[in-house]
Design a protein around this ligand. Structure first.
Ligand SMILES: Nc1nc(=O)c2c([nH]1)NC[C@@H]1CN(c3ccc(C(=O)N[C@@H](CCC(=O)O)C(=O)O)cc3)C=[N+]21
Length: 285
């Protein structure tokens, strides 16, 4: 068996075009472009790479972009003051705090300071709580992008057994909530799950967000299962690899996301969609 490749690059391209025209329309209504502000505490190379890709995408779709780059020794008070300034800024519709932060800073406390209506990353507890209750919320981009891929390829979730490997606030937990909302029966696995393979082999849908290359092997995959790999690990040679052994798993799975070219490109385009949603909501459009 050879799996269908869930092509995130192609779908992201399609959604990018649609988002571009939405933003053109919204900009005409607002009399300005919807604006994204990214707060980055400098020091992490991967983070800088991600910020660049967001900046480029904003230019492509016609959104405003502002980078607040803070020095590595920034204090908690300074970080929170820069967030407060963005909350108060009427030209900023979305705020993204780049994670992870250096160890001396408290990410949870900083996130709490973000106006939840501008929380385009879906990380504020109000948005996470709304999602957990199955209500309308700004949803974290990475899991939202994974769901969009599943929807595009018309993968049935209702009544299916789904596993999520990883329980982070930004990927694993919201992905589990979205799958519950889609009427799947969801099991959340993590680093303390004793026999991961035994759980995954029961599941028709397997979503992996553990940040550990090679964690999921082909023998853990139920034949015909759909595999969504959220891992973006930079290998020793600088190449990007997921959490799933892709080559071997593609021989067993029914459908699988590649890395790169799967969930990664979807993440950024979902960020643009959240920016549109936040701007509309803020301005009652
Ligand atoms: N507050 C916050 N929110 C995030 O959503 C967030 C973050 N912090 N910190 C870093 C991670 C990482 N992340 C990626 C987004 C897109 C690709 C992506 O587009 N990947 C391409 C390859 C891009 C390349 O080669 O550089 C792909 O998989 O095909 C990857 C990784 C979002 N993150």
């Amino acid at each position: 068996m050879t799996a269908t490749i869930l092509d995130g690059r192609a779908l992201a391209q399609e959604l990018r075009t649609a988002t571009q025209s939405e933003i053109a329309h919204l900009s005409a209504q607002l009399g300005r472009t919807p604006g994204l502000a990214v707060v980055q505490v400098l020091g992490d190379a991967a983070s800088t790479r991600y910020v660049r890709s967001i900046e480029k995408l904003c230019a492509t779709v016609g959104a405003g972009f502002r980078l607040i780059a803070l020095p590595p020794e920034t204090t908690q008070a300074e970080l929170e003051a820069s967030i407060a300034a963005l909350n108060a800024d009427s030209e900023v519709d979305g705020i993204l705090l780049q994670l992870p932060l250096p160890a001396h800073l408290n990410a949870n406390a900083a996130i709490m300071e973000i106006d939840h209506r501008k929380d385009v990353d879906g990380v504020h507890p109000i948005n996470a709580g709304l999602l957990a209750q199955g209500r309308t919320a700004l949803v974290a981009n990475t899991p939202a992008g994974g769901m969009e891929l599943l929807r595009h390829y018309q993968i049935e979730l209702r009544g299916k057994r789904a596993a999520v490997v990883g329980r982070s606030a930004i990927v694993g937990r919201p992905m589990a909530q979205l799958l519950i909302q889609a009427d799947a029966t969801v099991t959340v696995c993590h680093s303390r799950t004793p026999d991961l393979g035994a759980v995954l082999r029961e599941c028709e849908i397997v979503c992996v967000a553990a940040g550990r290359p090679g964690l999921v092997t082909a023998e853990m995959i139920r034949p015909g299962a759909v595999v969504v790999d959220f891992g973006t690990n930079v290998g020793a040679d600088g190449s990007l690899v997921g959490d799933v052994d892709f080559a071997a798993s593609a021989e067993v799975a029914g459908a699988i996301t590649p890395v790169p070219g799967g969930t990664g490109p979807m993440t950024n385009v979902m960020l643009m969609r959240n920016l549109v949603a936040a701007a509309r909501n803020l301005h009652q459009l």
